[in-house]
Design a protein around this ligand. Structure first.
Ligand SMILES: Nc1nc2c(ncn2[C@@H]2O[C@H](COP(=O)(O)OP(=O)(O)O)[C@@H](O)[C@H]2O)c(=O)[nH]1
Ligand SMILES: [Mg+2]
Length: 308
């Protein structure tokens, strides 16, 4: 199955909880009135779009109704799709990963435990290899041996090397070694895994700051992407996680995982709108091929179950 069809299938529950309800509200032969806007607002909030973004979206719809002199609720569906697409697209230039051939590119992957960092790194390495980049991985989550092993297994699966140290060792040292190795081996992309134990927030944040400093110092010329991984199934919680991480590192992009099978996929709109950080990648499964660049238009089409 192609990625778009898989995305469509993965978004089934989100579609049921969001698009189908919105379509119900915006049915044919229904007048556009205050009650309709309120119903719409409620539906968006329940679909995990988030309160602020829902209010804003409905406000925009009110404006469009006046501008375009719309009369029937069914006409609002297209407008809604347009506006969602606009929010998700944001500033188009910034929606791709920071990658340049002929330069060292570092992707520092951060996020809380279990959101899918290590899996995303494996999938991303696979994606980049297919695009002819030379890729190196660094096992910066040194807290548990299993975390290191998991990355090593991904490395073997996709055929890239993993710089690692023992369990409990200093992540800064692993990152230092990996930066050196990336230069000496002329790697195009260094992807760094990190720990995500939020319950020990101060330590975690210190660790991340330190790692970011080491990258800057060792690879001053490199492109550095700080990719925050968020789990769509956590809904609004993903937004508060993002706020926490943003206080510590300069997050340049988001990867939203687990869009397959969740009913909370509407959160993607709130994430893009509230955080103003581009969504660069989406994950729709545990397999090697289940990660892709985020394309707002394709996403909206898949969400609304339209043909390509
Ligand atoms: N369904 C689904 N599962 C995912 C996705 N990404 C990661 N996972 C699963 O989420 C779990 C946690 O992933 P892991 O990479 O270990 O998270 P980490 O703690 O952030 O490194 C694993 O079972 C992954 O297979 C995704 O896009 N879809
Ligand atoms: Mg991990």
């Amino acid at each position: 199955m192609g990625f778009l069809n898989k995305l469509k299938e993965g978004l089934t529950k989100t579609r049921q909880g969001f698009v189908e309800k919105v379509s119900g509200v915006l049915s044919f032969n229904k007048a556009i009135d205050e009650e309709l806007f309120e119903e719409l607002e409620e539906t968006l909030i329940q679909a995990d779009v988030g309160i602020n973004t829902s209010l804003k979206l409905v406000e925009t719809l009110r404006t469009r109704v006046k501008e375009r002199k719309l009369k029937d609720a069914s006409e609002l569906k297209e407008v809604m799709k347009e506006e969602i697409s606009k929010i998700l697209t944001g500033d188009k230039e910034k929606n791709n990963l920071l990658l340049e051939k002929g330069k060292t590119n570092v992707i520092l992957v951060v996020g809380v435990n279990g959101v899918g960092k290590t899996t995303t790194i494996g999938k991303l390495a696979y994606l980049l290899i297919k695009e002819k980049y030379k890729v190196l991985l660094a096992a910066g989550d040194t807290f548990r041996a299993a975390a290191i092993d998991q990355l090593v297994i991904w490395g073997q699966r996709v055929g890239v090397e993993v710089i690692r140290n023992q369990e409990g060792s200093d992540p800064g040292a692993v990152v230092f070694d990996a930066c050196k190795a990336a230069v000496s081996r002329r790697e195009d992309v260094l992807i760094i895994d990190t720990a995500g134990r939020l319950h020990n927030k101060t330590n975690l944040m210190e660790e991340l700051r330190k790692v970011a400093r080491i990258i800057r110092r060792e690879l001053p010329e490199a492109n550095v992407e700080v990719l925050l991984v968020l789990d769509a199934t956590t809904g609004q919680n993903a937004i508060s996680q993002a706020r926490t991480f943003r206080e510590v590192v300069d997050v340049t992009g988001i990867c939203l995982t687990k869009l397959d099978g969740t009913a909370k996929g509407g959160v993607i709109i709130g994430i893009r709108d509230e955080l103003k950080i581009p969504i660069k990648l989406i994950g729709i499964g545990e397999g090697m091929d289940d990660l892709r660049d985020f394309q707002a238009d394709d996403f909206v089409k898949a969400l609304f179950n339209e043909e390509e």
